[in-house]
Every structure is written in structure tokens, then in C-alpha cells.
Design a protein around this ligand. Sequence first.
Ligand SMILES: [Zn+2]
Length: 81
Amino acid sequence: MDHVLARLLRERVLGYLDAVDAQGSAESRQVSAAWRALLGIHETTESGACRECGRRKARMCTVWRVACAYFTPEREPRLRG
Ligand SMILES: [Zn+2]
């Protein structure tokens, strides 16, 4: 995946979680905190690979793909349940 696109998607996902934190209840802030922790574990390395999954930079790891599908709804709608 292009580094610029990956960075933009990351910013959109984290921006969505910021908006949830700003508007949400204690329970929704807890869910967004859990997502931030999970996404932090699956942060990419300098080479673009996932720290946890080790997936190469050409494909975003599954955790980030799900986050993008749900938190940037115009992306990958087929992943949404
Ligand atoms: Zn991963």
C-alpha cells in the first residue's frame, strides 16, 4: 500500500476515534481506547510491515483493514458485517 494513502487512512481512523471520544459516553470512550490499544499493537514499522502480524507493506494488516472499513465507511464496504 502506498505510504501516503496508509498515512491518510491512519489519520482518518484516529480522527474518527477522537470524534467518538469527544461526543461519546464513558462506554464508547472505553471502546475507542481499546481500539487505539489494538491499533497501536498493529502499528507499522519503518518498512511498512505490521509490528504484530509481520505482513508486508503491500497489504494493510487485517486489524487496520477492519478499522478502515468501519471508521472510514467509504473504504472496503465488503468487510462490513
Ligand atoms: Zn497487524
